[in-house]
Design a protein around this ligand. Structure first.
Ligand code: NOJ
Length: 552
């Protein structure tokens, strides 16, 4: 694994508490996760991103941390964590942690101390206003759940700022002591074997907040110092930014100069592409993707997009126009209870695509064919569903479905003791959808997913190459694009509609072998050298290799 390992990685997002319980207390833990490393190894993923693992009151799924130097005792010990990173590394899998430092929990001893007395050494670690800020009802991230960003604390006798929930006070990043402390936190986890961090809420971390100024100016020197320090400590560690900002601003999170290398975060979640993929799926139309690929922001050399279809949050459609969002809602969230905050969908992918295997394959083939490194959330590889009876985003955070036994093999605890209920009923219940059944079935979604992951690893040009849309007349539903890199060239065809089509691509430059199918949804006649008369089934896809080189 080289220093640029992240450009050819497949990221798998795990929530430790809902993945595998090893001691029967109803919550997943590190030993449980360790016991599933062979499963993950066969799946072929090369990087685990763990949702927060620290002690927390768990009011926002652990994104409210009360101790940065420990793990939640229910997950195990620091020793268990170190063993996880070591055992994962033995299988070529790295572990990346969520770094949630825009805010702490209001139960963090720093905040408790800060509230208790104005002279506290931690007072200035948070953001205060002695008067009621005029803009205190502006800028909330969770409309409907949270009405203000400044809340009065009786004990402190002052207003504190919180970009997210009121139990998540923002740290004051203008304070050098805060910077120094978080640097120590990062060094601590790298020393225990972590390979980097997903930077939660990056734009808000670097935002300098003062009452009445929203949004405040951004201080990118925070990212500069993180990159410097993490790289100094572990040369191949990475920073993965969660920065859902305007496309024109994204590049600055990766590099300090528009004409220079990536000297900030190595990886950026692609929040521009994500809703465009869903719009294309909703409209059976390649146009949103052609637009996204032809207008894509070019990240500085060394930086990498991370693509995703679903994650642990609602599917955020706020970057679409009202009409586009309406189409996506109609297709994927027809009932009001499936929607969240007026902008998003609280569902997993398989039920959004009505459990249609061909449509699910198309969606994931498409994601894996997009420029960047794909990230997949646990359970997507078997087509898990959501539980809309649970609150908000909890709906899509139910336990992993390992088998059709009690609690789906997640835990031996009594049902009532489980951290969240296992989905037992309906088409996506554990009797129907589980790992064991799919391991026995060579045609299962799981086996297909493994093949997808391994095919991507054989096609490094997708992670590292230059992407271009193939500009020939095609049916509206077909996206044709290609990647070219020293490693080879590849043509990718995806049909976003459920009707078969035949397309003529014509001869392409850079083809020095007889083209052949690398990944297909079903049997097709071999492609001709002129790439003419290529059939594509409804919701079909073909990854066609044009050239392969030994030079890598
Ligand atoms: C983004 C995380 O993805 C989300 O789950 C969380 O609620 C907020 N940041 C606050 O940390």
């Amino acid at each position: 694994m080289g220093e640029r390992w992240y450009q050819e990685a497949v990221i798998y997002c795990v929530e430790v508490g809902t993945f595998q319980d090893s001691n029967g207390d109803g919550r997943g833990d590190f030993r449980g996760l360790i016991s599933r490393l062979d499963y993950l190894s066969r799946l072929g993923v090369s990087c685990l991103w763990l949702n927060p693992i620290h002690p927390s009151p768990w009011r926002d799924n652990g994104y409210d941390i009360s101790d940065y130097y420990a793990v939640d005792p229910a997950f195990g010990s620091l020793g268990d964590f170190a063993e996880l990173t070591r055992r994962a590394r033995e299988r070529g899998i790295r572990v990346v942690l969520d770094l949630v430092v825009n805010h702490t929990s209001d139960q963090h001893p720093w905040f408790r101390d800060a509230c208790s007395n104005p002279e506290s050494p931690f007072r200035d670690w948070y953001i205060w206003s002695s008067d009621e800020p005029a803009d205190r009802h502006q800028g909330t991230v969770f409309p409907g759940e949270q009405t203000e960003t400044w809340t009065y604390d009786q004990q402190a006798g002052a207003w504190y700022f919180h970009r997210f929930y009121d139990f998540q006070p923002d740290l004051n990043w203008s304070n050098p002591e805060v910077r120094a402390e978080i640097q120590k936190v990062m060094a601590f986890w790298l020393a225990l074997g972590a390979s980097g961090f997903r930077i939660d809420a990056a734009p808000f971390v670097i935002e300098q907040t003062t009452p009445g100024v929203d949004p405040g100016p951004s201080d990118f020197s925070i990212l500069d110092s993180w990159r410097h320090e993490t790289q100094w400590q572990t040369g191949d560690s990475v920073l993965l930014c969660e920065a859902n900002v305007a496309p024109t601003l994204v590049g600055r999170y990766a590099g300090s100069r528009s004409d220079g290398p990536a000297d900030r975060a190595q990886m950026m979640f692609d929040f521009v592409l994500n809703p465009k993929m869903w719009l294309a799926l909703a409209r059976n139309d390649a146009e949103p993707l052609i637009e996204a690929l032809t207008t894509a922001i070019v990240l500085p050399p060394g930086a990498q997009w991370v693509t995703f279809l679903r994650n642990h949050d609602e599917l955020d459609l706020s970057r679409l126009t009202e009409e586009q969002r309406g189409d996506a809602f109609k297709a994927f969230a027809p009932r009001a209870e499936m929607r969240l905050y007026g902008r998003g969908i609280r569902r997993r992918l398989a039920p959004m695509l009505k459990g249609d295997r061909r449509h699910i394959e198309l969606a994931y083939a498409l994601q894996f064919a997009m420029p960047g490194t794909p990230a997949v959330r646990y359970g997507e590889e078997i087509g898990m569903g959501e539980d809309l009876a649970l609150d908000g985003r909890e709906a899509l955070r139910t336990p992993m479905q390992w088998d059709d036994g009690p609690n789906a093999g997640f835990s031996t605890a009594d049902r009532a003791e489980l951290t969240r209920p296992v989905i037992t009923r309906g088409r996506f219940g554990a009797k129907q959808v589980n790992v064991r059944a799919q391991q026995r079935d060579p045609n299962s979604l799981l086996r297909w997913f493994e093949n997808l992951v391994h095919t991507l690893r054989e096609a490094p040009e997708i992670g590292t190459g230059r992407c271009s849309v193939v500009d020939v007349p095609l049916p509206r539903s077909v996206l044709a694009h290609r990647f070219d890199a020293p490693a080879g060239s590849i043509l990718l065809l995806h049909n976003l509609a459920d009707a078969s089509v035949t397309v003529d691509i014509g001869e392409l430059s850079g083809m020095d072998t007889r083209p052949y199918d690398l990944l297909v949804d079903g049997p097709y006649a071999a492609p001709t050298a002129r790439l003419a008369g290529l059939e594509l089934h409804g919701w079909g896809y073909r990854w066609i290799r044009l050239r392969r080189s030994d030079q890598r």
